[in-house]
Every structure is written in C-alpha cells, then in structure tokens.
Ligand binder design. Sequence first.
Ligand code: ZN
Ligand code: ZN
Ligand code: ZN
Length: 320
Amino acid sequence: MPKLRQNIITGDYVVIAPERAKRPEDFIAERPKAKKTKIDCPFCPGGKGLKEVIKDAGTSRIAVIPNRFPAFVLSEQIIEEGGRFYSSGKAFGGHEVIIIKDHHEDIFDLSAGVATDLWQVFQERYCFYRQMPEIEYIMGIYNYQVEAGASVEHPHAQLFASSVMPSYIQKELKGSLEYFLHKGQCVFCQILEEEKGDGRRMVTENNDFLAFNFFASRVPFEIWIVPKDHRSDFFHLDSATIQSLAEIFRKVMERLDQKLKNPPFNFYLHTLPAKKDHSGQHYHWHLEILPRLSRLGAYELGSGIYIDVVSPEMCARFLR
Ligand SMILES: [Zn+2]
Ligand SMILES: [Zn+2]
Ligand SMILES: [Zn+2]
C-alpha cells in the first residue's frame, strides 16, 4: 500500500510507494568517475573561469569566483524593466562559484582538510553577504553530475545571495514557528529525539551531528545532516564544529559512494535568514542532501506532492 507522509515542518505531503519500484539495490548503476583532461577545463589553472578570482578564500585549496551566468547580481549591473501588470524587480544579490582547486578531488572522498575548508569558505561568504542590508537569504549549494544540474565537471559548489526570501524557507520558518508556539519546542530538536529513539532511519552520527533519511523523503536516499545542539544559525559555528561538520559530511558521502556508486546529487544548506529580525528559537539550521536517481514527473511538478519509490527506512538500512 502506498503511504502518505507529511513533512512535519512545512506540512508538505509525499507518497511513499515502494511497490512501484524496487529495492535500494536497483539504484546502483555503472557511473564511472569521468576525468577529462585539464586543458579545456574553465576552473583549472589557466582556465577562463579563474581569471576573475574574488578572493583566495583564506585557503590555498579553494578559490571563489563570480558566476559567469549569475542568477543574482549587484545593482549597478541591473537593467530595470517596466510593467504594470506583472511584478518584476531587480535580481539583486550575489552568485558565486566556490571551486575546489584540484580537478581530481573526488567529492565522495575529500581529504579532511579540503572538506573543512569548503565549509569554512561557505561560512566566510555567508558573512560577506550578510552585511548587505538588501540581502534576505543566502544559500550554499552543490550540484554533482549532469542529472543534478552540474554543467562543469570540475568540483565546485555555489553560493546564492538574494534580496528575496525563497518560498521553501518561508514555509520552514512559518511551520517551525507554529510548532514552537503550540508545543514550546523546536521541531528540529524533536525530530532529532525521534530519530535517535526510533533508529530505523539513522545513517550515521558523530559528537555534534546526526545524519538520517528524512521521514517524508521526496526522493530515494534523501539524507539530512542536523546539528545535535539547538543552533539556528550556520554563521555562528566555531571552527571545531566546522571540522565536525566536515567529518560527518565525509562519512555520508563515503557511504553514498560505496553503496550507490557515484550517484548524482544536490545538497543545500538551510539556515536562519540573513536579517537580524529573525528569531532563532524555533529554527535550526541543517543540510539536505538529495541523490538524483529518479526523475521528476508531471504529478510532482503539478502538485508539489512527491512520489518516493523506496521507503526511507529501507534506504537507511541499505546505507548503514
Ligand atoms: Zn578542472
Ligand atoms: Zn532545535
Ligand atoms: Zn530545510
């Protein structure tokens, strides 16, 4: 029987319909880690992308550059468009590419140093945009492989800073606030309790973080990494916690690669909005990792209800 599950934070529904597919093993495929020559790579030394390095990001292993085809730009570059019916405004903000310099670094097997640097650079760039009064939200993301929207093979993350609040974040903020007002507790902290107690969706953990398959997963193997202590804001992590984040991230990546063989994936970081008027009592930052092993269909697009063909419990058992 297909089961309806609800995201306890946003209220969104998913259908877990395992009998439509398959076992977790069915998602293992031949996906070789292609490594092209460095000559035509825009992000390798001498490549055209690297000509506009914003800063060396305080580490010799990572470079930050403006995206050549940005979604958000600083105001002076914006051409205004009129219109009395449709609303249209400036796509103000920033869009950066965070490049791991070594083309041959494998995202599933990053060294502890590179993984720590990556999260540190995310944090630095968050801090940079956070000072701008126009910026509402900053999101660090990663697209891996074509199926997940990556157009360049060279390992790279991205950062989006926008003057609008993404609607998904708005839903999380609203839902977690409602939960807090009713129950007096942070819903994310409660999720941690539940996952630790239940155990069926647990993937791995360390001192500071829990990694588990999300109860209302939208796609097979959707994994959330959540800090165990109540922390609303990714900006305030100290360097020891950043190291710990790098450690659990490496564990999860290693597990995904071992079990699913080089799967395409997206991840994004959800944290408290940049502006100071957001309270952190009810919100708890986290990382959502979505392997892209199944494609979105019309129903998902038309309804916002995702159909997941493998139960999160089965995925977690397979990954453990
Ligand atoms: Zn390269
Ligand atoms: Zn919390
Ligand atoms: Zn989230």
